[in-house]
Design a binder for this molecule. Sequence first.
Ligand SMILES: O=C([O-])CC(=O)C(=O)O
Ligand SMILES: [Mg+2]
Length: 231
Amino acid sequence: MAAHYVVRHVDRADPAVIEALAAAGVATVHEAAGRVGLLGPRVQARQDGATIAGSAITVSCHPGDNLMIHAAVEVCAAGDVLVVTTTSPSTDGMFGDLLATSLAARGVLGLVIDAGVRDLASLRAMGFPVWSAAVHAQGTVKASPGSVNVPVVAAGQLVRPGDIVVADDDGVVVLPAPAGEAVAEAAAKRISNEEAKRATLASGTLGVDLYGLRPLLRDLGVEYVDRLPDR
Ligand SMILES: O=C([O-])CC(=O)C(=O)O
Ligand SMILES: [Mg+2]
């Protein structure tokens, strides 16, 4: 029989680094990290305007079974983000406002789940943000073993316990905790660089000029004409 574990200890990143990454947001963190770390786009924000960053508590569940989410609550600490996967694809609504209430009581910032959630109106009303692959009222059982705080793959992305998870309206990105500081520095540079670009673009300067793209377009054989030539 396969071994199943609930691992209690997680090495978490420096809260100041996590806070800096939250302020940068998903797109900037993903770019600053070298265009890595994104969960696939099926895991979407289920509310508007929530940004969180925290340490991953990972959960591997049997599809249609939320037993291990219940087991995970106890090992969560304030500032964590629960990341739930199933061992084969499932869209069942294995998480709702009762589990969210339990997690919120421990200071968990939000849920990332490569499966379904339900009770969406209540989750929104209570301000517990979720990123999920589906919204589906389908009920689940508590019957099968799984693991907490083992490496998992969520929407194509490896997530290890203690990874830094950043989630906002654009989706979810994860980073190994030791990479956090360097990525936060690179993100800060990108943010000030983008501020300058934003001001230039707002003044009407074109991207093709700002980025020097005219020679590239020419070299690629892109011709400017007033009308489409007869062929
Ligand atoms: O209880 C469940 O199975 C999931 C749910 O709806 C909740 O957490 O509120
Ligand atoms: Mg419910």
